[in-house]
Every structure is written in C-alpha cells, then in structure tokens.
Design a protein around this ligand. Structure first.
Ligand SMILES: Nc1ncnc2c1ncn2[C@@H]1O[C@H](COP(=O)(O)OP(=O)(O)OP(=O)(O)O)[C@@H](O)[C@H]1O
Length: 330
C-alpha cells in the first residue's frame, strides 16, 4: 500500500462527560488511509461512525491517542493549514441558498485566497477543474435552491475538491438520494480517488454499494473496535457478518447481503441453472424456503423446462409467480 496520508495512533474517540469523566465509543484505533484510496466506513446505528468522523475532521477532540495527516499531528495544524489538507462533506440536508454552483465551489478556495477572498486565475482554473471532475459543468450557473438533492451533493463534492485536499471525508453523502444517484456519487468518489490520488472516506449504510465500490472497508464493530480490509476478505473471514451480529440478521456470504434469521417454512428441491435458477431461488428464499438440490429429500420439486418455464409436481408454470401460487403464495 502507498504511504498513509492519514493515520490514527492508538486513537480512542467518544465524549467528555461531567466531572471530568469520559465515555469512549471506539478504542485503540490504528487506522490508515493511503493516497488514491476509497474507503467506506460501515457499522450499525449508534456504533460510532459519526463520532469517528467528527474526531478525524477535528470537530471533536479525541479521548486519547492522535491523528496525523501527512505525518503532521492534526492538533498542530492551524485552521487554514488543515483546510488545505482535509475537506469535509457532512450528512445534513444541504442548506438551500441562492448562491450559484460556481459561487459555492469558489468557497472551497477560501484557504488559498487573501483576506478579501479575491480569486486569481489559478483559483478560477481549480474551480472549473473541480466542476468538471464532478460532472457538474452544467451546474455552474444554476442556483443552489433550483438543484435536486443529487445535484447539490455533487456540487458540495466539487466545493470540497476545490480545496485541493489530500483527504476528503464524507458523512453519509448519499443518505437522501435515490439508488441511481447513490451509485453515481459513490462511483464519482471512487473515480476521483483513483484518478486524482485523493484519499476519500465515506460513511454509509449502503452495504451493497460499499461492497461493490470501496477499495477497503472500515467496519465499526459493537465491541468498540474497527476492522479494516478489502470487502472480499472481510466477507470470507466472517468479520462483516460480525458487524451486525446483534441484529436479527445473518450475513449471506454467497450473495453478500443480510437476511432475516427466521426459521425456514419448508424445503423445496430446485433443478435449474443460470439466471433463471438464481431468481427462482431468490423468490423461494424470500418466502422462507430452504432450497436444496434435487433428489435429496421428500419435498416439492421445481424443475426448469426452458427460459422462465417451470414444472412443479407435474404442473407446468409459465412464471415464477405461478410456481409461488402453486406453493400457496398467491
Ligand atoms: N453528543 C453526544 N454526547 C454523548 N454521547 C453521544 C453524543 N452523540 C452521540 N453519542 C453516542 O455515541 C454513540 C455513537 O454515536 P454515533 O452518532 O457516532 O453513531 P453512528 O454510528 O454514527 O450512528 P448512526 O448510524 O445511527 O448515525 C452512541 O451511543 C450515541 O448515543
């Protein structure tokens, strides 16, 4: 892995309480983030993701330990120095204002401008680059209060990019977006990391997107630790399943998603392959059947005849819906 641009050293994060006591939420974290790396931060509700993000972005002091960016301790950086190294995109629904896209992105240049905020030629170049890199050229002259949530999120990422930071940290940037926009923003962050060398961390509840796009995951476990690795390694060694072990869900290692723990309502034998077989199995499991290979037990047998044509106990069915109806799920 490249040299880490951001690192935590025995970091504990949490809250200072009355009478000098403190409550740590996550303990002894030694995390690293490299240039050009896109990391997704995952964990159950209340696990500590936002607390970690607030601490990494210097909005809240650590309980103990330290954070370095390019080997410099975070607390030794001035606000202006920090803003050149680290940019933040927060989760809140964006404040609607009558700034244009261009004006908003130009705010990202503040750490570099003089006390009057005058933009020079280079600043304008960087603003145009940030707009282009986030596919937001068409948003430059549009007013923020006339943009959709997805467009506003893209322009906020452009603003963060215009800071020319080494690290970008995003707290649930896709929370209010529909699926296509969530995929778009996640792919954009991955592309920016890989093409510009930006190190990016995004917290999310979107497991599928995180598994499908992150170079590595940081998994917040319920014992206050954070596990790191590629999504595939964390699935294979069971650590992803452990993240949500307190919920009534179990992680399906084969298909990479969580399923509810309910007991199977019965067994069915399935003789089918390819996409048809996969979706028939999906439908049967959705109703709580345990699907087994044919010839193994005395239970209903579903056979694929041709593309989405089935037979169950000698009864031909033209769709998966008809098979389910035969089983009593009309
Ligand atoms: N200001 C605060 N003072 C004290 N405790 C807090 C504060 N904010 C959050 N907590 C507690 O810290 C723990 C972690 O909360 P945090 O918001 O970091 O979780 P999260 O993983 O971001 O959750 P979610 O996915 O629901 O946003 C929780 O037990 C929460 O109740």
């Amino acid at each position: 892995m490249n040299q880490p641009v951001l690192a935590t050293h025995n970091l504990s994060v949490g809250y200072h309480q009355r009478r000098g006591q403190s409550r740590s939420v996550l303990q002894n974290l030694s995390l690293t983030l490299a240039n050009g790396e896109f990391v997704c931060l995952l964990g159950a509700n209340g696990a500590g993701k936002s607390t970690l993000i607030r601490t990494l972005t210097h909005m809240q002091a650590p309980i103990s330990g330290s954070i370095t960016i390019n080997q410099q301790p975070l607390q030794q950086l001035s606000q202006a120095q920090l803003a050149k190294q680290l940019s933040v995109v927060l989760t809140d629904r964006l404040q609607v204002s009558n700034l244009s896209g261009y004006e908003l992105v130009s705010l990202g240049r503040m750490p570099y401008t003089n006390m009057f905020g005058s933009l020079n030629q280079h600043d304008h170049q960087v603003i145009r680059w940030a707009l282009h890199a986030t596919n937001s050229d068409d948003l430059a002259q549009r007013l923020l209060n006339e943009m959709s949530d997805g467009e506003r999120q893209r322009i906020m990422i452009a603003r963060a990019l215009a800071q020319e930071p080494a690290v970008m940290i995003l707290d649930e940037p896709t929370a209010f977006l529909d699926l296509p926009r969530r995929v778009e923003i996640t792919s954009l962050l991955r592309k920016l990391a890989h093409e510009t060398g930006l190190a990016a961390i995004m917290s999310t509840h979107d497991l599928d997107l995180a598994i499908g796009s992150a170079d590595r995951l940081w998994l917040v476990l319920d014992d206050g630790s954070v596990e790191c690795g590629t999504p595939e390694d964390l699935i294979l060694d069971g650590r992803l399943a452990q993240t949500f072990r307190k919920s009534q869900l179990h992680f399906d290692q084969q298909r990479g998603g969580f399923r509810s723990h309910s007991k199977p309502i019965g067994k069915v034998q399935l003789s089918a392959s390819g996409l048809d077989g996969q979706w028939m199995q999906h439908a049967l499991e959705r109703y709580g059947y345990q699907v087994i290979a044919s010839g193994q037990a005395d239970c209903p047998h579903i056979q694929q005849l041709e593309h989405n044509r089935w037979q169950i106990e000698h009864q031909p069915c033209a769709t998966i819906g008809q098979v389910l109806a035969y089983l009593g799920h009309a």
